[in-house]
Each structure stands twice: as C-alpha cells, then as structure tokens.
Ligand binder design. Structure first.
Ligand code: GAR
Length: 183
C-alpha cells in the first residue's frame, strides 16, 4: 500500500473520486493552497487530514514548498497527485519528488494548457477536447503524457454540459492511471 498526497485548490471532485475509489493507496494528506476551498470540507467529511496554506504567508515559492515538503515527509507521502491544484510546482518539490508528481488537465494536451482549458476549447470551435494525465515537470501542463481520453463537443452543447462530461471522464481516468502507477 503506497502513501500518497493530493494537492487541490478548488472544488475537489477529483479528490473525492480518488478518496472514495477502491485503490491500493492511502491518502495521507490533502494539501490545499486556498483557504475556504470546497475541497477542504470534502476532506473533513471523508476523514482525510488536510493542511491549508496561504502562499502569501511565505516570502517566496521555495519557502512555501519547503514547508509543504516537511509536512509530506512527516506523512511519509511517496507520490503527489495534483487534482485541480492551480499553482506551478517549483524546483523544491520537483527535485524531492522527481518522477512522482502526476497532474490531471482538462484538455488534450498540448492543446489548451493553463487556466480555463474547458472554456477555451469550447469557444475555439474545435469538435473534440478531452482529458490528459501527465508527469509534472517545470512547465505549465507540460511533462510526459501518461494517458489521454477524448471528449466530443456536440452540436448544441453548453459549456456546463461539456464540463460535466469532462469531469466524469477525469474521475474514471485518474483512478485507473493511479491504480496502474501504484501497483
Ligand atoms: C479539473 O478539471 C482539473 O483537470 C483541472 O481543474 C479541475 C479541478 O476540478 N486542472 C487544471 O486545469 C490544471 N491545469 P475538481 O476540483 O472538481 O477536481
């Protein structure tokens, strides 16, 4: 059984999907950089320890990540899964967890990296977007791709309907990749 940490900034539907799935891993910690985010309430309800940081309390990214790293080591976390963590991972965490940080992104990377990937795809007129899971490197939504799944943008689609279908795919794909990586 591997120990993992999940990093999230917002709603936390991917966090909850992982936390309630039958996986060969123990979620030791939720790391959240947004005090008040919905994901924190989900962690409380699910009995998963949550550490909430305000990055503004630290002089720089390295100091912020050093604090996280101390907490990850105390929890003996072996892997980091980003689930809607809207912050770049810096060299402090990248070096400590090289090859063991995984991200999920709601597009078919390299298309539509960065923020608002679903709405960017929706308004661009493409007929297909999707979900990518990849190892994290120093870039924004770059790094070696582990898995991708396409989601069609349908005639008459709404952004909300597309978002809901993408999240459904995310939850399933993230759990199957996680199982594969941790087996
Ligand atoms: C997910 O769609 C995830 O792919 C995306 O944030 C959303 C979080 O949803 N991540 C990124 O855009 C990373 N660049 P959730 O909080 O309900 O899991």
């Amino acid at each position: 059984m591997k120990n993992i940490a999940i990093f999230a900034s917002g709603n936390g539907s991917n966090f909850e999907a992982i936390a309630t799935a039958n996986i060969n891993a123990k979620i030791k910690l939720l790391i959240c950089d947004k005090p008040g985010a919905t994901v924190i309430a989900r962690a409380e309800r699910l009995g998963i320890p949550a550490l909430i940081y305000n990055p503004k309390d630290y002089p720089n990214r390295a100091a912020y990540e050093e604090q996280i790293l101390t907490n990850l080591k105390d929890a003996e976390a072996e892997y980091i899964f980003l689930a809607g963590y809207m912050r770049i991972i810096g060299s402090t965490l990248l070096e400590a967890y090289e090859g063991r940080i995984i991200n999920i992104h709601p597009s078919l990377l390299p298309e539509f990296p960065g923020l608002d990937a679903i709405s960017k795809a929706f308004s661009s007129g493409v007929k297909q977007t999707g979900v990518t899971i990849h190892y994290v490197d120093a870039g924004v939504d770059t790094g070696p791709i582990i898995a991708q799944e396409a989601v069609d943008i349908l005639p008459g689609d709404t952004l909300e309907a597309l978002e809901a279908r993408i999240h459904q795919v995310e939850h399933k794909l993230y759990i199957s990749v996680l199982k594969e990586i941790l087996k």
